[in-house]
Ligand binder design. Sequence first.
Ligand SMILES: [Zn+2]
Length: 501
Amino acid sequence: MQTLSRRAPRAGVALIFAYGAVTFAAAQEPERSASTEPSESAADPLDAIGGDVEVTAGISSAELRGHVQALSHDLLRGRPLGSEESMVAAAYCAARLEAAGLRPGAADGTWLQRIPCQRTVYDEVPELALTLNGGDAETLAYGAGFTFRGRASDVDGLACVYVEEENEVPETARADVALVFLTSAGRARRWLKSAGHPGGAGFGLVVVPNTRAKVGAPARPRPGSMLPAGGAATLPAQIAVRGEAASLFEDHAVESIALETHGRVERRDDANVVGVLPGTRAGTPDESYLLLCAHRDHVGVKPLQEGQPAPEDAILNGADDDASGCSVVLELAEAIAAGERPERSLVVVLVTGEERGMVGSRHFAEDPTVPLESIACALNFEMLGRPDDLVGGAGKLWLTGDDRSSLGPALRGKGVEVSADPRPEGNFFVRSDNVSFARVGVVSQTLSSYNMHADYHKVTDEWDTLDYAHMERASAACLDAVRSLLAGDWAPTWNEGEPKL
Ligand SMILES: [Zn+2]
């Protein structure tokens, strides 16, 4: 690899991110993955991951490869939502947009639309204390007498309300009640949903006893994934009671329960990177935007299997998914910024948390930094690193939801080479961030060349498996599409009855 010259201003970005604080844990914790020892200095993560730092008007395979190599670098450890590494990836993207000449687009004038995330880490074995009818008490240990799913917090003195039939689910949720379902977990979930309490929202705990469930040894729960604070995070824990203790519930012998989790909440901000390039109508009532989106995050590092030796490589690099999309968007932004100012403004959103349920794009759609009604189209870019023979191979792309809006036909009418998604049965229209924008009414579809390769969500989704000549040609088609949409003389519309989600 050539070492490219550094032309971008960096100081401002360094101050914003304080990424100097990032220490690559891989070096100190070899048990997490054997292949992660950084050979470079960890003093400046952006130096360590390298990448393409040249600003040019053209889009070349070398530049595309540089971005993919940086974002899918082992040092970024699969950049999951809520990780320091995700923020290094954010710093990289913001530095590239700044160098290209975009302006920070978050509401606070920075590049980062912050998304507070959290997870719980357990220092000791959680305990469930049962108070039985008549006053006797019994304490169950996590792993042996019970397990839980979801975010558990300490609760005390919850009265048990037993539910054997669907019509016994209380109409009004109460935080001082533990709902005990004497039915299957699946049925409990469905009953809660149809009673208007999805996930048990509003109740203190949801308990499902199962006398046949295997009783294990007392254990600490694994720390879960980082998730956005709020939302699903506020639902009550779902408790599965096992073995003999379960029969106490089946006999309605438990009067009240208390949960002591010994959990500690770990908090960390993640962020969407937002950049704007004002068009010639910026600041006028006619200003409208083309939004370009790709997801910066991936799924992180494979957890170690108990009793198994550490695998040689546990890092899910996500080179195609979706370092490729980010790479294309960064180059498109650079190319547009280097050219004549278009009529429409460009807003670039490199979102986080797609892999955890479109967290970042939902966040942007709920708290947009530009008026939603002024977004003429939101183009999302997912997995464009390998050619797909079903649409003609190298350089060719497909568009999800092609029959749902006028976008695909209009682009083809303007000479842009883009096919309809050749695998409609895969339902890719709803499987990426475009759906978050579609949900709020913005015409939004995804460009991709995903060929169903076997490295999807595997440790083998590495930068050297991508076809950069294909990406260069595909990016040229993307640039045609973007230029056409930025010209400002047309906008796509949903077809009748769309978007059906
Ligand atoms: Zn993806």
